[in-house]
Design a protein around this ligand. Sequence first.
Ligand code: KIV
Ligand code: ZN
Length: 515
Amino acid sequence: MNKDKLIIFDTTLRDGEQSPGASMTREEKIRIARALELMKVDIIEAGFPIASEGDFESVRAVAEIIKDSTVCGLARAKPADIDRAGEAIRPANSGRVHTFLATSPIHMEHKLRMTPDQVVEAAVAAVKQARQYTDDVEFSPEDAGRSEPDFLCRVIEAVIDAGASTINIPDTVGYNVPHQFGSLIRDLIERVPNSDRAVFSVHCHNDLGLAVGNSLAAVLNGARQVECTINGLGERAGNASLEEIVMAVRTRQDIFACDTDLDTTQIMNCSRMVSGITGFNVQPNKAIVGANAFAHESGIHQDGVLKSRETYEIMRAQDVGWTTNKLVLGKHSGRNAFKTHMSELNVHFESEEELNEVFSRFKALADKKHDIYDEDLLALVNEAAFETENETIKLVSLRVCCETGETPVASMTLNIEGEEQQAESSGDGPVDACFKAIEKLTETGVELQLYSVNAITTGTDSQGEVTVRVEKDGHVINGQGADTDIVIASAKSYINALNKVINRTGRTHPQLGDV
Ligand code: KIV
Ligand code: ZN
């Protein structure tokens, strides 16, 4: 049987970035976009260009660099938004504008303060305007999952007539359940008279843990595009996870009438890259990409797997890019071997300076750590990117004294705007002492909301990767740092977060406020 194609629309760089603290720089977005392109993702939603100058520049840069995937910019159904998104995607080989407007009674009445007639009119106008930039226009009736089906049919028919070729049905607040969401999709496809002129897509949030289930139910009922994110990153409880959808469809070809074009062996690479850049660690028991996803702990399972893999494994770890920890480079590896290996990991340096910077960090690490793995190298790249962008505060030196029965004391020297300053502080533990010393010197007044340490590889010589989340004036910002010494990694992560607080620029949120 000839299978339909299931289009994968990745929104890690847009909806994923809406997770509190997950904002990414332009360079980080480019790295992730390249990894998504290598994985053969069909459409990359690169951002919301009207949100800020930085968002516009990021979408434009991704549109300039990415050749094989379509690059998409989000726009509310507002003339200024659409012009901005249209401009941002202009350099793309293949560019899409995705415009949206809420259609649920609750959103139309309380957020938009618009009548249903006004909503239809604005949606049609938005699609027509977007068509002046590209033939590839997607329309989303926001909060479709709580909209009246009759009204949805009316809006969808009108926007298809206006030129939308993809109709995306979002369950914006994660309220739907699979059998009901699946029938909604089937109903819409059957009832909208011109539905054959558009691809039906779904975009599910995970508030009830049903984002993947709802998306798959929609696919079984005719949806042929799924919007999803790496590691399920996204607003609140996140979006549907790309890796789970792709592997469910690939593994259960007996029940799905479609398949994706994805190179699934790139999944782990993308997953690690996104968690490294955003600091959102993947839980060990997460399907497909969690550390335990392919680990067989119990004796019975191990015995079964050794006799015949199929007894307990429905997928092969290598098919999603899991490799066993492989020693890749050592102390004596040269710059060329380093560069070649990094390009195999899909890390491309923009300049010789950037290569030299990461190479010298690699040499410094190799002096401290005997075995260097791919995970170490990727952490080095993340760290170099964290530290070279907008650094107002730099760590110069840190000394911490800890002794049984004594209060730990940290002595810290920071370079703040070019001037070295020194402070000492005690604390409940070495990390607490260290953060207090940093706060003494910087007086940022941030509130620490999360502190987490993750070992990058196995073994006690592993680098610790620390993520902190701080809050200031209602804004939540993440910081990361890595080092073989976890107190130093902690200091680096806190300083990284403070640099982001200092350099923070205001952004508009796509789904708040009126059209
Ligand atoms: O969740 C949502 O409704 C969205 C739209 C912008 C598609 O993210
Ligand atoms: Zn969303």
